[in-house]
Ligand binder design. Structure first.
Ligand code: IPM
Ligand code: MG
Length: 360
């Protein structure tokens, strides 16, 4: 089969990790008889430098016309990059928000699990790790604070900044349905995370999620307040199967969940909407401090490409092959610096890509 992939290498380590994911896709293409056609587009800081905007209309049109989008990472060091002190719609991150909104990618799936091979990298104590953990964060991606009205003004000589948090019931319902669908394929437990003791948007969230749950009698639903969830993630991560939450809470909790696995460089993500067109990117950022050194871990991007095979192209066997190859390489003790431990064999970004491609 033939697939058109828009590729956004982006900023920082983006180009290095995307190169390795493409390498692995090429091998899949040869082995299983598929052709992947790539169109490179710019987004983020590199697009600002080239065109003055974080995502051009031309680039967006290419993404929209493709079968899926593979993304490395965008942005520089927050606070001290040349792209920081500019209008909000001209920052690198604005490109990411725009593509999510324009492609209507409202469902962000972020798996966080503990690899047996990487138990040593997990910062939690053994008694907390227990049998290990394997959860998926289902984060709403096109609503809430990220897309509400925002402005800064001077009122009676005092600076005042406003960000508005809005959700309507349809936005909540469609992400809740996705979460229950995923739960049906997993351990059938959804924990919906909100701040219903304070926020109106959370009270509506709770009500709509409960309504949706009626259609999934096999799935158990529990509500959890977001502050409690932040605590439970480090106290008893094994209790989670699917975490369903709104945009901002999901942003924060997914970083926490990935860190407790000890391997943020390993975790992939998929952003999906109503169609098969999805956007696939590692859960981590652009790591400008290690860019260009050939030391970044490409596995999260490689596994994101595997999610692309599975969710956008319906190529389950091919996705399994990539995931198995990654496991195999870990079993053979190869590690990039971020997941290195004593006695393991340290490899570079390119070597890791080569190893996974060979095992495929
Ligand atoms: C993420 C990132 C983005 C977000 C930033 C870069 C805008 O942190 O994908 O989690 O907050 O959504
Ligand atoms: Mg984030």
């Amino acid at each position: 089969m033939n697939f058109n992939i828009a590729v956004i290498a982006g900023d920082g380590i983006g180009p290095e990790i995307v190169r390795e994911a493409r390498k692995v896709l090429e091998t899949i293409g040869i082995k299983f008889g598929h052709t992947f056609n790539y169109t490179d587009i710019l987004m983020g800081g590199c697009s600002i430098d080239a065109y003055g905007v974080p995502l051009s209309d031309e680039a967006l049109a290419i993404a929209k016309a493709s079968d899926s989008v593979l993304l490395g990472a965008v942005g520089g060091n927050v606070g001290n990059s040349k792209w920081y002190d500019v209008a909000p719609n001209l920052r690198p991150e604005a490109g990411l928000l725009k593509i999510r909104k324009e492609l209507e990618l409202f469902a962000n799936i972020r798996p966080a699990y503990l690899y047996d091979e990487l138990k040593d990298a997990c910062p939690l104590k053994n008694e907390i790790i227990g049998e290990g953990f394997d959860m998926v964060i289902m984060r709403e991606l096109t609503g809430g604070l990220y897309f509400g009205e925002r402005h800064t003004e001077k009122v009676d000589g005092v600076w005042k900044a406003t960000d508005i948090l809005t959700y309507d019931e349809n936005e909540i319902r469609r992400i809740a349905i996705k979460a229950f669908e995923i739960a049906m394929k997993r351990n059938k437990r959804v924990i919906s995370v909100d701040k219903a003791n304070v926020l109106d948007s959370s009270r509506l969230w709770r009500k709509v999620v409960k309504e949706v749950s009626i259609d999934y009698p096999e799935v158990t639903l529990a509500d959890m307040l977001v502050d409690n969830c932040a605590m439970q993630l480090v106290m008893n991560p094994g209790q989670f199967d699917v975490i369903l939450t709104e945009n901002m809470f999901g942003d924060i909790l997914s970083d926490e969940a990935s860190m407790v696995t000890g391997s943020i460089g390993m975790l992939s993500s998929a952003s999906l909407g109503k169609t098969k067109l999805g956007l696939y990117e590692p859960s981590h950022g652009s790591a400008p401090d290690i860019a260009g050194k050939n030391i970044a871990n490409p596995i999260a991007t490689i596994l994101s490409a595997a999610m692309m095979l599975r969710y956008s192209f319906d190529l389950d066997k091919e996705a399994d092959a990539v995931e198995a190859a990654v496991k195999q390489v870990l079993k053979e003790d190869y590690r990039t610096g971020d997941i290195m431990s004593e006695g393991m064999k340290k490899v570079s970004t390119t070597q890791m890509g080569d190893l996974v491609a060979e095992r495929v």
